[in-house]
Design a protein around this ligand. Structure first.
Ligand code: ATP
Ligand code: MG
Length: 240
């Protein structure tokens, strides 16, 4: 069984990739050999006949990985939909057993694996097989990225509780500020969540103002040190 974390979120677009990149950079800075995977990526842009997976590309760079994009992201899909749907559209058969083997294989060559889901836990990879099933088969602890916005409480509690119901080891959540301006909801979500669940909050990521179109937050050179300050890395090191 590999060591590491499966990173899921309360929804699509809540910062799973940003958090995975930040963790990868922070663990790398601490001397770990970090393996990364984005098992399936939908909505890849087509560049001269090749589907380019943006998330996997960010993850590879943040981890300083020498693995090929083929291994980091075996299923690259063009249609922006759940992987099961995008795969059916492209007549691709996603094979969970292959993903599990590949992750274990990569895990053997690294100190830890960070595997990013797509959307949330109940997104299907195959018609009757979700990311929750994959997380369980990978045997990785599950970290939930909570997008700090209106609606986060409901999505977060549902994800944390359903993860536990599915037998997953949900080790904590990270609250990620998606908006530059605070609102009554974003200012109180942390406190409300803390009162509603025993699952620990393992970090809070502030809104990272883009430094121009050419420098998205995922590629910030200080991302590792920012995560060292904002996330309980020592706790994560202990439990993995
Ligand atoms: N803390 C933050 N500060 C500023 N921008 C952020 C922050 N977190 C995420 N973003 C931006 O929000 C967008 C969505 O984030 P991200 O791609 O990480 O979401 P995701 O959960 O990985 O989505 P998907 O389900 O498509 O994989 C990106 O443009 C990202 O740069
Ligand atoms: Mg992503």
């Amino acid at each position: 069984m590999s060591r590491g974390f499966f990173i899921t979120g309360t929804d699509t677009g809540v910062g799973k990739t940003l958090v995975s990149c930040g963790l990868a950079a922070a663990f790398k800075d601490a001397g770990f050999r970090v393996g990364v995977m984005k098992p399936a990526e939908s909505g890849c842009r087509n560049e001269k006949g090749h589907l380019v997976p943006q998330d996997a590309t960010f993850l590879k760079a943040a981890a300083g990985s020498n693995q090929t994009i083929d291994r980091i992201c075996p299923y690259r899909l063009g249609v922006p939909a759940a992987p099961s749907v995008a795969a059916a559209h492209a007549a691709v058969r996603i094979r969970p057993d292959f993903l599990v083997r590949l992750c274990h294989d990569m895990g053997a060559a690294h100190d830890l694996m960070l595997v990013e889901g797509a959307g949330g836990l109940m997104v299907p990879l195959v018609d009757d097989y979700t990311y929750a099933d994959l997380a369980r088969e990978l045997g990785l602890a599950v970290l939930v990225v909570v997008g700090n916005r209106l609606g986060a409480i409901n999505h977060a509690v549902l994800t944390l509780e359903h993860g536990a119901c599915m037998g997953l080891n949900v080790c904590g959540y990270i609250l990620n500020d998606l908006e530059s301006e605070g609102t009554p909801a974003t200012a109180t979500n942390a406190q409300t969540l803390q009162a509603m669940t025993k699952v620990p909050c393992l970090g809070k990521i502030p809104f990272l103002r883009p430094r121009g179109a050419s420098e998205p937050p995922e590629t910030r050179p200080d991302l590792g040190s920012l995560f060292e300050r904002q996330v309980q890395l020592d706790y994560l090191k202990q439990i993995m």
